[in-house]
Ligand binder design. Structure first.
Ligand SMILES: Nc1ncnc2c1ncn2[C@@H]1O[C@H](COP(=O)(O)OP(=O)(O)OP(=O)(O)O)[C@@H](O)[C@H]1O
Length: 271
């Protein structure tokens, strides 16, 4: 698959503070890709360099396609109505909004309300519509579902998947690991100005090794154990409970998920 975005050796400092120390990665055409890392690691800086909104010191960035950007902080005048905003953005882009796109985002349901009176979900849908007006090939979404209820989140996830089905490339910044895990084809984890990991969630789990959490409910209370070797740990635990005459009522085993891996990296438990 060819690259929608090619970042090579990207370096960026703010004064004496070096944030990006030679970042390199490709985003493939048609994939949903997430940039992850703890607060302040440089995700926004990297995205803004790619979007052309921020100057960088050295390195190269190639973007193969038209970009559409949905900024998290983007906000419109309080009294503008959604369709006015759509017309304004269409005029800037010297185009007309695609009615099918507006219909799929349900803009007409709230088109007569003023911007300030829209719910968080309606604002997000409007911002997404504005990012899509120019019919971009590559869409940047910054925390697209932050603050949404479950229904709003599920609906927006459906719309993001629909964009992928149309062949769009999507780059996501999100702090919601469950969202990233369910939506993204590949992730990049930044750590200390460079790339800690690039690949799928499954590849991340394989790289870090499987860590299981065993939750055991006994007549004397609940306990959790972390293990790399599930069979060995289970046998030892059950033998221990048997010897101590403790009745085991229930056992649950969790495989490490992205959230746990991410927290381990963020806490410096994994290098
Ligand atoms: N305009 C700026 N001038 C000086 N320092 C900046 C500027 N913008 C960002 N920084 C610093 O650069 C570092 C990276 O910031 P950036 O916003 O890129 O991180 P981030 O990973 O997107 O963080 P978050 O998850 O909190 O959004 C931080 O230490 C931040 O304080």
């Amino acid at each position: 698959m060819s690259a929608a975005i090619e970042v090579k050796g990207l370096k960026k400092s703010y004064g004496r503070h070096t944030v990006l120390k030679g970042l390199s990665f490709n985003v493939l055409k048609g994939e949903i890709f997430a940039l992850l890392g703890v607060n302040g690691v440089g995700k926004t800086t990297a995205l803004e360099c790619i979007e052309g909104l921020r100057k960088y010191d050295s390195g190269s960035i190639v973007v193969n396609g038209k970009m559409g950007i949905q900024l998290q902080s983007s906000s419109l005048p309080a009294n503008i109505r959604p369709l006015e905003a759509v017309r304004l953005f269409a005029k800037w882009n010297k185009t007309q909004a695609n009615p099918a796109m507006l219909a799929s985002l349900g803009i007409s349901e709230f088109s007569e309300k003023q911007y300030a009176a829209l719910s968080t979900g309606q604002k997000r849908r409007l911002h997404l519509a504005l990012a899509l007006i120019s019919d971009p090939d590559i869409i940047f979404l910054d925390e697209p579902t932050a603050g949404l209820d479950v229904e709003g989140r599920v609906s927006l996830h459906g719309q993001i998947r629909e964009l992928k089905a149309q062949g769009k490339t999507i780059i996501l910044a999100s702090h919601d690991m469950a969202e990233v895990e369910s939506l993204c084809d590949r992730i990049a984890i930044l750590n200390d100005g460079t790339l800690f990991f690039l690949g799928s969630v499954a590849e991340l789990s394989a790289k870090l090794g499987k860590r299981y959490t065993i939750h055991i409910k006994t007549a004397q209370g609940d306990k959790s154990f972390v293990s790399d070797n599930i069979a060995e740990t289970m046998l030892a635990l059950l033998e221990d409970f048997r010897l101590r005459n403790i009745e085991v009522l229930d056992i649950k085993i969790d495989q490490g998920n992205l959230e746990q891996h991410f927290m381990n990296i963020a806490r410096g438990n994994i290098k």
